[in-house]
Design a binder for this molecule. Structure first.
Ligand SMILES: C[S@@+](CC[C@H](N)C(=O)[O-])C[C@H]1O[C@@H](n2cnc3c(N)ncnc32)[C@H](O)[C@@H]1O
Length: 200
């Protein structure tokens, strides 16, 4: 392991379980846009395991140089350098894609940013394309576990605009842009991996 590269233990812990779900949905020729790439560990792991697809990672401008340390070091032909992309941008400066993937981002963004995320997905995702979102959610106003409730308090203490999102609200936003929920996968560490298809 190169200790000069950005690193998240959570990514190490969850990347294989996420890959297992991605393997059911992604195929050669797909073009994936990753929003909120973070350390780049997911991008590197998934691009390595899917040599036949193109993985375009991104993050907000202030994080993209750090993300690119790992992406540049990976030297994978299907993993170009990440692009600066804030979900709040009126226009996401990239091509239409067949898949949009984002992990652990909706509870970090403000509620307005989450709405802007779905507005961007609406524009960027091709018809029949897939949206995959990983992270913790509340159901029927309840946290799935006490540890997620504690996590929500911790998030809000850091930034009052962030917090674990209600599945029903996210699903409403998704529906409003023509996404049909295909799967809600229960994942390790009290997370979910939601999969939608764009039907319009
Ligand atoms: C907890 S990290 C998750 C990173 C990585 N996806 C993971 O699973 O480890 C949250 C990420 O959301 C990004 N982020 C925050 N606000 C954003 C926004 N408005 N648009 C895009 N990304 C954003 C941060 O820069 C950070 O990389």
């Amino acid at each position: 392991m190169n200790s000069a590269l950005p690193f998240s233990q959570a990514c190490e812990n969850n990347k294989q379980a996420i890959l297992n779900v991605l393997q059911k949905h992604l195929s050669d020729g797909d073009t994936v846009l990753e929003i909120a790439g973070g350390t780049g560990q997911h991008a590197e792991h998934f691009a390595e395991h899917f040599p036949g697809l193109h993985w375009q990672s991104s993050d907000i401008p202030s994080n993209v140089d750090s993300l690119n340390l790992r992406i540049a070091a990976a030297q994978l032909p299907n993993l170009p350098l990440a692009i600066p992309l804030d979900a709040n941008q009126a226009q996401w400066d990239c091509a239409m894609t067949t898949v949009i993937y984002s992990a652990n981002s909706l509870h970090i963004m403000s509620a307005d940013s989450v709405e802007n995320f779905f507005a961007g997905v609406d524009i960027q995702l091709q018809e029949q394309g897939l949206l995959l979102v990983y992270g913790p959610f509340r159901y029927g106003g309840e946290f799935t576990t006490e540890s997620n409730a504690q996590f929500d308090l911790w998030l809000k203490g850091r930034d009052a605009r962030s917090g674990v999102r209600d599945f029903e609200w996210i699903e409403k936003l998704a529906e409003s842009v023509g996404l049909e929920l295909l799967e809600d996968n229960a994942m390790p560490a009290n997370n979910q991996l939601l999969v939608w298809r764009k039907t319009k």
